[in-house]
Structure formats: structure tokens, C-alpha cells
Design a protein around this ligand. Structure first.
Ligand code: OAD
Length: 235
């Protein structure tokens, strides 16, 4: 089904990082590390209690040093090596795909390793010890307050034009470890399929949009992906 020339677009969600020890969003009664999503993942939450939101993301940022990519992340990097035309779109804000070796990667919901100035919008990678404490940081250019470089609910996901273009052109679309609850990522499967792509899903539980997959593999990404990638790349 997949050959070297196939144009493949992949969408990943929290499930692919679960086996690395990062919690998913919707498996714990709607709570994310004991917080309601509205409290820590909306512009309103930031406005109401910036110190709480800052502390929450600083904890997530420090956690990146305690986790490693797993066999699922690594299998996707191997697949990218093999294919001529590959795009990985992730909803995840961790850096495990790049640490596993993925290159053509879009973080549509932002990145924990970066911060953005609220005033001038400049984005900086800030992961040194002095960037990981509880005090707010200021922008090197304009001294504005830095905020997490994360797309909160109600904000526009990043690089949507490039994503739309890739969806229009792909031959195969694969969604991995995502519950299919969050717009607009949950529409990519339907778009790709409507435009003729072959669609494949890999998830622990059947996601909301499971009916739109041509093939669905139920189980852990870290176990299923290495087998599938081996099959695809070795014929
Ligand atoms: P969810 O927590 O909604 O869904 C994770 C999915 O992964 C679930 O369907 C699980 O069954 C599945 N899963 C768990 N462990 C798995 C494993 N080892 N292998 C394969 N699948 C597994 O996470 P997302 O769909 O990524 O947004 O959530 C989408 C967005 O909602 C997130 O990017 C985040 C959140 O609010 C922002 O932060 C902006």
C-alpha cells in the first residue's frame, strides 16, 4: 500500500507519547495533570491567573528532560528516511518526534521548548536552567512578558496553509494516538479521504472518527508502528 514514491501525511496526538510517560488529555476525567483544561489551556485562563498557568507549563517544560522518545516515534523517523515525500503533523507540544529524528515536522499546537513575547510576538527556544523556574521571563528584544508558545483553545493552530496543501496532495493519511475530539485536526482524516487518500488509523481505543479509516489497527503505537513500518519499508 505504501511505496517509496507515496506522498504520506501523518497526524499524531498524545497517544504516541503515552509510552514515553507523558499523560494523554482525555483519559483522566477531563483533567490534565489535575487541572481543568479551561484553567490552563485558554487565553482566558492565562488572563485570570497567569502565575498558575506559567507554573503549569514550566512543569511540563521541565518534564521534557525526564522523558525519551519511544519505538513509535523512532519508527516514524525510519519511515521518513525511506519515503521521498513525507510530512508529520503533530498536535503534541513535546519534542519527542524531533529527538527521535523526524525532520519534516509541523507542531500545529505549538512547542513547550519555546516561549513567545506577548508584546512583539518573537519566539525563542528557552530551555536553559535559568528559563525553567517559577518567575516570569521577559523578552530579550522588547522586555515584554513571555508566554508559552502553545496554541490554546480559541486560538489559531499553526501553519494551517501548509497542512491544507499537504492534505490535498497526499496518497496516504495516517492518524496515530489521537482521540479525534479536537477541531480542526479531527477533520484532516475526512478531508484526506474525501480527496482520495488511503486512510490508516492506529489507536488504543477506537477514536470518534473511526468510520473514516480504510484500515484501523487497535493497540499501542509503540508496538504496532515498528511492525507496520517494517512491512511498508521492506515490501
Ligand atoms: P487525547 O488525550 O484526546 O487522545 C489520546 C488518544 O490516544 C486516545 O484516543 C487514547 O486511546 C490513545 N492512546 C493512549 N495511549 C496510546 C498508545 N500507547 N498508543 C496509541 N494510542 C494511544 O489526545 P489528543 O487527541 O492528542 O491541545 O488531543 C488533542 C488536543 O487536545 C491536544 O493537542 C491538546 C488537547 O487539548 C492543546 O494543547 C492545544
Amino acid at each position: 500500500m505504501i511505496v517509496k514514491e507515496s506522498r504520506v501525511v501523518i497526524l499524531t496526538g498524545a497517544g504516541i507519547s503515552a509510552e514515553s510517560g507523558i499523560r494523554t488529555f482525555r483519559d483522566f476525567d477531563g483533567l490534565w495533570e489535575n487541572h481543568r483544561i479551561e484553567e490552563v489551556a485558554t487565553p482566558e485562563g492565562w488572563e485570570a491567573n497567569p502565575q498558575l498557568v506559567w507554573g503549569f507549563y514550566q512543569q511540563r517544560r521541565r518534564q521534557l528532560f525526564d522523558v525519551e522518545p519511544n519505538s513509535g516515534h523512532r519508527a516514524l523517523a525510519d519511515l521518513e528516511e525511506y519515503l521521498d515525500n513525507f510530512l508529520l503533523i503533530t498536535q503534541n507540544v513535546d519534542d519527542l518526534h524531533e529527538r527521535a529524528g523526524s525532520k519534516n515536522l509541523i507542531h500545529m499546537h505549538g512547542e513547550l521548548s519555546k516561549l513567545r513575547c506577548e508584546s512583539c510576538a518573537s519566539v525563542e527556544e528557552m530551555m536553559e536552567d535559568e528559563h525553567l523556574g517559577e518567575n516570569f521571563l521577559t523578552c530579550k528584544r522588547c522586555e515584554g512578558r513571555m508566554r508559552p508558545h502553545i496554541v490554546w483553545f480559541g486560538e489559531m493552530p499553526m501553519r494551517m496553509d501548509e497542512i491544507q496543501e499537504a492534505l490535498l496532495e497526499c496518497d496516504v493519511f495516517i492518524a496515530i494516538g489521537t482521540s479525534g475530539h479536537v477541531y480542526p485536526a479531527n477533520g484532516f482524516l475526512h478531508t484526506a479521504r474525501r480527496l482520495g487518500a488511503h486512510t490508516i488509523g492506529i489507536n488504543l481505543d477506537p477514536p470518534e472518527n473511526v468510520v473514516f479509516f480504510d484500515e484501523f489497527f487497535q493497540g499501542k503505537a509503540g508496538e504496532i508502528l515498528p511492525l507496520l513500518v517494517d512491512r511498508w519499508t521492506n515490501g
